[in-house]
Design a protein around this ligand. Structure first.
Ligand SMILES: [Zn+2]
Length: 560
């Protein structure tokens, strides 16, 4: 790069600095600009520890992404492992995408390699491909162990070859932000060369995730000023807890393509969380990125994808968490009943979430009335006083309804005269047998063989029903026995899965001399999540109460 060009780059950076410090809001043109959302949950997202996706999982997640309406779904890296190759083969037959385009990811050709290196990518059969290549000189010479000329040629040749195959080509400029900070000349030289080779989008990557929003904004702006004819995107990680902020900074500087993952899943601390990125772009910056009306699908999609990757949805996740619009303080709730936007930064329905009024000992009658309204339960004035008194007593005994909405709903329904019509319980029992004496206590072996068996005796539709089942613990065994007994009558039982079970031993005011156990159970049917509670001196009894509430609530909300 010549001296004049370099001086221009520096000037661009200074101007970006000046403009970012003089205006804290979006640039005036941002409201009219379209921004593409590129999801990489299936590749970068699956790098998160604890996530392991089958091909079926990947296909189901891709359907969810299409339902949400992102522009691009990166399916994986064909050729890097059999699973990703199988995904692209099956996707052709099984995925019917309505709004999104599938993208195959891969690398540029190898140093001194041939176009054969690109074959698996081409053979994946997608119209769009995304290739990664190094843009930091240090990585070219030290990681690739090749010359800077060859580093540039690898990128340029690969883009040209893929363009000749008729593909839309995105180039992920790996380590671009770190590379630019170390050697802006080389970074700009390789980006310019990629642009001249006809790349459809230069994706600036913060691979190590250490950048801050002002840096992402400044560098993105400089790149756009120097290479104005090529679209620029950003791919950011969350290592400074700025994954979303960095994405917004990129867009405000002119990027028209944002990569990220659902719920921010990704290696280390994750990628930019697309759920928050999308909501912020649409609701705060006025940039529509999803098809009209699809923003309301966000909460469902965020929860569904969490289930598919087998993670508990984060209740405190902005916009879509169950607590994102939860109100506890009495002052808030009484004001909210009068004016709903007084304590909510956006209307929760816009993202498919809802306002929740959290019940606690702090709640007055107004909160309980609001809660009943939220749950759609009609309670007359006398019953309402009864419910308020019951709640106060139960909280005193150790119940904690703010985390058990489903049990609260059943309690209110009960007070208004509703009786659950599904089954009644005659008795249950659980037996746990440990057969190994002292020998079984081996610290590095978690799985000591135990025998756990439960039996339930119920009445369902006037018939006596008994069932026995084994389990890996008392709650699991009871759940399995209930499954045996109830599934033939209620097939939807099979959809319900316990996703969390929490136990706490409490010293409550009511039971100063003896401790009680509080059990919280979280259940899902793949779309909704509900929480129930049980309190007893006996842990099995407390678990049973929470379990029965969970099933009754589930059946009631499956159209029974
Ligand atoms: Zn990444």
């Amino acid at each position: 790069m010549n001296k004049k060009k370099k001086a221009r780059d520096k000037k661009g950076l200074d101007e970006a600095k000046a403009s970012s410090s003089s205006s804290s809001s979006s640039s005036p043109s941002s409201s009219s600009r379209a921004v593409e959302i590129y999801d990489t949950t299936l590749r970068d997202g699956s790098q998160l520890e604890g996530i392991s996706l089958t091909v079926n999982d990947k296909l189901r997640i891709a359907s969810q992404l299409d339902y949400l309406g992102v522009s691009y779904i990166e399916g994986g890296w064909p050729g890097s492992n059999p699973k990703d190759s199988e995904f692209f083969t099956r996707a052709k037959d099984e995925l019917e995408l309505e709004t999104s385009q599938l993208v195959a990811f891969g690398s540029t050709r190898r140093p001194n390699g041939t176009f054969e290196d690109l074959e698996p990518l081409i053979n994946a059969g997608t119209d769009v491909v995304c290739i990664v290549g190094k843009s930091w000189d240090y990585h070219v010479t030290e990681a690739l162990r090749t010359t800077l000329e060859e580093g540039i040629a690898m990128v340029v040749d690969s883009i040209s070859h893929l363009k000749k195959q008729g593909k839309k080509v995105f180039w992920c400029a790996e380590h671009l932000f770190d590379g630019y900070k170390e050697n802006p000349d080389f970074a700009m030289e390789i980006l310019t060369a990629a642009g001249e080779a006809g790349v459809d989008c230069l994706v600036l990557c913060d691979t190590n995730g250490g950048s801050l929003p002002h840096e992402v904004g400044e560098i993105t702006k400089t790149v756009l000023e120097n290479i104005p004819e090529t679209a620029v995107g950003v791919h950011l990680h969350n290592d400074t807890d700025c994954g979303v902020g960095n994405a917004l900074a990129g867009v405000m500087a002119g990027a028209t393509h944002v990569q990220g993952t659902i719920n921010g899943y990704g290696e280390r601390t994750g990628n930019s969380n697309l759920i928050s990125v999308i909501a912020n772009l649409e609701l705060k910056l006025g940039i529509q990125v999803l098809p009209e009306g699809n923003l309301q699908r966000m909460a469902t999609v965020a929860r569904h994808v969490a289930e598919l990757v087998n993670f508990s949805p984060n209740p405190h996740q902005p916009y879509v968490g169950v607590s994102a619009f939860a109100h506890k303080a009495g002052l808030h709730t009484s004001a909210l009943s009068r004016k709903s936007d007084a304590y909510e930064h956006v209307d929760p329905e816009k993202v498919g979430n809802s306002t929740r009024y959290v019940m606690s000992e702090m709640s007055g009658r107004a909160s309980v009335e609001l809660k009943a309204k939220e749950l759609g339960i009609e309670v007359d004035s006398a019953t309402m006083s009864e419910v308020v008194d019951t709640l106060k007593r139960l909280e005193y005994e150790g119940y904690h309804f703010e985390v058990a909405d489903a049990s609260l709903e059943l309690l209110m329904l009960g007070a208004s005269g509703w009786e659950q019509p599904y089954f009644s319980v005659e008795s249950f029992s659980v037996g746990v047998k440990h057969k190994h004496g002292d020998q079984a206590r081996v610290w590095n072996e978690l799985a000591v063989e135990m025998e756990t068996e439960a039996e339930v005796n119920l009445v369902v539709s006037g018939q006596q029903v008994s069932a026995k089942a084994e389990g890996n613990g008392p709650v699991n065994a009871l759940h399995s026995a209930l499954d045996e007994a109830l599934s033939p009558h209620f097939p939807e039982f099979k959809k319900m899965q316990l996703i969390d079970y929490k136990v706490r031993v409490l010293d409550t005011a009511a039971t100063a001399t003896k401790a009680v156990t509080r059990v919280l159970i979280e259940t899902t049917d793949g779309e909704q999540i509900w929480n129930t509670i049980g309190v007893s001196e006996n842990i099995v009894e407390a678990s049973w109460q929470a379990l029965v509430d969970s099933i009754v609530w589930g059946l009631r909300h499956q159209g029974n």
